[in-house]
Ligand binder design. Structure first.
Ligand code: IMP
Length: 419
């Protein structure tokens, strides 16, 4: 079954772990949006590995790992990530990189920083140049991976763009960096990446026609979607189901199943509304027990109770078939667990734009905690009754079943629930 795995919250739902658990039974794993703003944490041979752009399929040599055309690529960072993966003993002969992936260029990252430091309303971006790179795509002036493989083309295309950015930087009173040196480094990275570059749309269409099973690996989460998230506190790509199609060149017919990933509570990094945010002792406990610090930036994450109103919205937006609930074990010590079941204000409706969401007050429902350690439990029926109750409450509210739960960082600490 071709499967899409998507985050249903504000990112960091544990997609890396979920995808790594699922990836073994697929022939192709594909990243279709975002860039190295993502940080997918996976444990490989007992070692913690954080992937930023490389698809989680790289751990399975028989599986093609594809970075498709919707992903924005910073070539220097990708070279470094490939080198790090090789140091772990992975050959990466199974990696394919789209010739049509837009490039993150040096001035994109610089502009992201300048905007963040000067903007009247900070977004709290990862400062990786993601937004400015996607802006160039929409502005029809982007450069792509294929351009980097031909020195004359790359130099000819980057020159007018550099001029455009110089004007922007001087308008912000910011000196532009030395581009000549950066161009040389980019061209060397291009030479390094050349063996991986191909037409990934064709590759994926052939895989689909040959009935190979494809896993689509989403990055960030639904509430960070540029069109459907908590705008303007969002990332610049479609993190929802829509991104799969424009980001790969496959149609909806290539998708059989959508698995939505949600934590058993909620986190958010960066600015923006967060109705169920906890700033009390429970919040501190969840942050420490859940090690809620950004895997890309190290920033402490904001934490809160599970927001079922927002989760239901994400389930509907993506046509989710089942839920993969992560980090249940983080709640182990709690006597009582709360979940948002309604909003007071704005007609009680979920409206994702930041202004609307800032106005609502969450209404909670309390459930008993289990106060037992879950980490070593292997079978669903052996989980405490209160866990079953919590999961059933979630299922009843959002209208889809829970197919997997995760009770620790290791691949084996995952329980699949037969349907
Ligand atoms: P950008 O994607 O760097 O432009 O950041 C925009 C917003 O998305 C900020 O609030 C970031 O913290 C958030 N964001 C981007 N990538 C991730 C991620 O992988 N996990 C969680 N939040 C993210």
């Amino acid at each position: 079954m071709n499967t899409v795995v998507l985050g249903l919250q504000w990112g960091d739902e544990g997609k890396g772990k979920a995808i790594d658990y699922l990836a073994g039974s697929f022939s192709v794993v594909v990243r279709f949006q975002g860039g190295h703003n993502a940080g997918h944490t996976v444990y490989y041979q007992g070692q913690k590995v954080v992937l930023h752009v490389l698809p989680s399929g790289i751990f399975y040599p028989a599986c093609s790992a594809v970075i498709a055309n919707g992903v924005v690529v910073q070539p220097l960072q990708l070279v470094e990530e490939i080198r790090n993966a090789r140091a772990l003993g992975l050959s990466l002969q199974n990696l394919a990189l789209s010739e049509n992936a837009p490039l993150i260029l040096p001035f994109h990252q610089e502009l992201d920083v300048v905007f963040e430091d000067s903007r009247y309303q900070r977004i709290g971006t990862t400062r990786r140049g993601i937004g400015p790179a996607y802006e160039d795509v929409i502005g029809r002036r982007a450069l792509f991976m294929g351009d980097l493989l031909r020195e004359d083309v790359f130099r000819a295309k980057i020159a007018p763009l550099a001029e455009y950015y110089q004007r922007l930087f001087s308008a912000h009173g910011h000196p532009a960096g030395n581009l000549d040196e950066a161009i040389d480094r980019y061209l060397s990275a291009g030479a390094f990446l050349r063996p991986f570059v191909c037409n990934t749309t064709l590759l994926l269409q052939r895989a689909f026609a040959a009935q190979k099973e494809i896993l689509f690996e989403g990055a960030q989460g639904t509430l960070l979607d540029i069109n459907l998230g908590t705008y303007p506190f969002v990332t610049s790509s479609n993190t929802t189901i829509a991104g799969v199609f424009s980001g790969t060149g496959l149609s909806h017919k290539a998708v059989d199943r959508v698995i939505g990933i949600t934590k058993a509570y909620t986190t958010r990094v960066g600015e923006g509304p967060f109705p169920s945010e906890l700033t009390d002792e429970n919040g501190r406990l969840l942050r420490e027990r859940g090690n809620e610090y950004g895997s890309t930036t190290g920033r402490p994450r904001r934490v809160g109770w599970l927001d079922l109103v927002a989760l239901k919205y994400a389930v509907q937006v993506n046509g989710v078939d089942s839920l993969f609930v992560t980090k249940l074990d983080v709640l182990d010590e709690l006597e009582e667990i709360q979940a948002v079941v309604a909003y007071d204000g704005r007609g009680g409706l979920f409206s994702p734009h930041a202004d609307a969401l800032s106005d609502v007050r969450p209404v909670y429902h309390a459930l008993p905690g289990w106060q037992k350690k879950l980490g070593a439990i292997e079978r669903f029926q052996d989980l405490p009754r209160q866990v079953h109750e919590y999961l059933r409450f979630i299922e009843d509210f959002v209208g889809v079943r829970v197919s997997h739960v995760s009770i620790g960082g290791e691949r084996r600490q995952t329980i699949e629930i037969s349907g």
